[in-house]
Design a protein around this ligand. Structure first.
Ligand SMILES: [Zn+2]
Ligand SMILES: [Zn+2]
Length: 241
């Protein structure tokens, strides 16, 4: 599996860089994991968006879905024979129903009690703790390599088991360690601790804040991740798993 970061800011784009979106390539299949603001533009540096095989959305906050509408227009304009599958949860039916646009895209439901296959990849989902329903993803390829994406979430016990032994963990790290208490995202201490407790091989901190420099976020996360190597998401970062 090859992961390419197309956007990594939480909430809103900043300084020419978009919000959450990752290009995932495996066995010739190309898919987007989340499709935030600016992601379609970034994607076009690598491939034609009409050559995507699938889109998988963690939840329907705008910083993860802002470019879905324009992607649908691009598919509509391309007049392709088969629609683009867009996978989403059904806990918000209004947003789910908008994944389907005739002659362009087809919404497909996932849930957290049965895995699905997209190409040669197995996707498992776990409902996170966030102000709206959101799902973390555990993606396993045919060689047994594992990518775990926390989606948006605050810290909860089930995350450690879900991320166990992942080759790469992409964690929503929206806050520095001094932001504590009730919140919708992980801070650097929680992201680093999660990586250590789950014994992952590598941590990518993402969904980063615009107001704290990446080096500080990285340093803090690395302190708590201990032996697990940590990298901060940046535009164009590619990780081969
Ligand atoms: Zn978000
Ligand atoms: Zn969110």
């Amino acid at each position: 599996m090859l992961v390419t970061v197309l956007g990594f800011y939480g909430g809103y784009p900043y300084d020419g860089i978009g919000t959450s979106g990752y290009l995932l390539q495996a066995d010739g299949k190309k898919m987007l994991i989340d499709c935030g603001s600016g992601v379609l533009n970034a994607l076009s540096n690598y491939m034609k968006p009409t050559d995507l095989d699938a889109v998988v959305l963690s939840h329907y906050h705008h910083d993860h879905t802002a470019d879905v509408g324009v992607l649908q227009y691009e598919w509509l304009a391309a007049k392709k024979e088969d629609p683009l599958p867009i996978y989403g949860h059904t806990q918000d039916f209004v947003n789910y129903s908008q994944l389907t646009v005739e002659n362009a895209t087809q919404g497909i439901a996932y849930n957290d009690y049965e895995p699905i296959e997209i190409g040669s990849l197995k996707f498992e989902f776990l409902r996170t703790v966030h102000p709206v329903p959101a799902y973390a993803m555990r993606i396993t390829d045919k060689d047994g390599k594992v990518l775990v994406y926390t989606a948006d979430t605050t810290y909860f016990d089930g995350l450690v088991d879900f991320a166990k032994g992942a080759d790469l963990l992409i964690a929503d790290t929206n806050f520095p360690e001094d932001v504590t208490g009730r919140k919708a995202h992980l801070n650097t201490k929680e992201a680093g601790t999660l990586a250590k407790e789950a014994n992952v091989k590598r941590l990518m901190i993402s969904h980063l804040p615009q107001t704290v420099d990446a080096e500080t976020m990285l340093k803090q996360s690395q302190k708590y991740a201990e032996e697990v190597p940590v990298v901060n998401a940046f535009q164009g970062l590619e990780i081969n798993i």
